[in-house]
Design a protein around this ligand. Sequence first.
Ligand code: NDP
Length: 358
Amino acid sequence: MVQRSLREQRQVGRERGRIEQQRLELDLDQHQQRLELDQQPGLDPEHAEHSEHAEHSDHAEHPDALGQDLVGQDLIGRMSATILDGKALANQLVGQLRERVGELQTKGVEPCLAVVLVGDDPASQVYVRGKEKRAAEAGIATRDHRLPAETSTRDLLELVDRLNRDPAVHGILVQLPLPAGIDEQRILQAVDPRKDVDGFHPDNLGLLMLGRPRFVACTPQGCMRLIAAAGVDLTGKDALIVGRSNIVGKPMGQLLLQANATVTTAHSKTRDLEALVRRAEVVIAAIGRPEFIRGEWIRAGACVIDVGINRLASGKLVGDVEFEPAKARAGSITPVPGGVGPMTIACLLANVVDAASR
Ligand code: NDP
């Protein structure tokens, strides 16, 4: 018994040494990438000090090596996830778009987004202002169409039709949700699919499903860019999406599938969500319930993308994932705010520039 226990102790010692060495290699690797990223043009200096946020995390690539045995969990407990800084990544993308807009302007094309806001929902007003401000930073012109809450479906259809026929308008954004009296599906289907920069039109959703995407919905597109920035190769990975909405969960599933992940989509009728989360190497949380996914459920080393935006009674914004405990286990994780949100806007602008380039 004593001999066996000594052997076990030596084995644990060797295991610790092996993991410690891997950790050092990862640190060196990340340091090197930090240096490379700091040298990239277009990265907002404001975020340069957080440059590791928007880059590769090898932890997510080696969940088994670093997190599945007791020794690994011990080490993971002392590590913290790479924070995927959506703001910095969005700044980088907007910088690239500004260059593309400059090129289009030399050819006489002025990329233009028409923004339609119906009613006076304060959250929608904030979102629209944010989108217009970012558009201006990218050099994209915007046209504001503000309509009263009493607007009829017919009147809105007429406006959409006018914008569809206007050659100076490249993208049309109808801010959702629309007031209760308006037939949302009819409006979304009326937008010319070639100007549907939100990617909500059935044609664009269908093309995505066929693997021939034209405009990819902005939030899922932003999530994919964040996963890429984390350096996660999705091939063969167990990816879990929690939420099956048409604007987030469903298109997200298609994108992950096309990147060769093995995809599970959970929803309100799913049994044992905890077990699914514990297994997942990539978790996309799009539920709309504050901190619903417990940090302790997160698989060690997983990549966690938190789409949820929830305001607590205290006024604080939180995601669908319990951030702090999740951060202690994940390999990489998006914060709320400052994760998916800024990327959603940047991807909308990328779609506008694509529309103007066609
Ligand atoms: P929806 O309300 O349309 O969908 C929520 C999904 O969560 C549904 O599929 C629902 O299942 C599922 N769900 C609800 N309760 C549970 C549960 N107990 N267990 C598992 N699944 C559950 O929301 P959206 O997709 O539009 O948005 C989700 C969140 O993302 C919201 O917080 C929203 O504010 C945020 N968001 C953020 C964006 C960003 O840019 N960061 C952009 C878009 C959204 P079921 O289908 O069975 O009802």
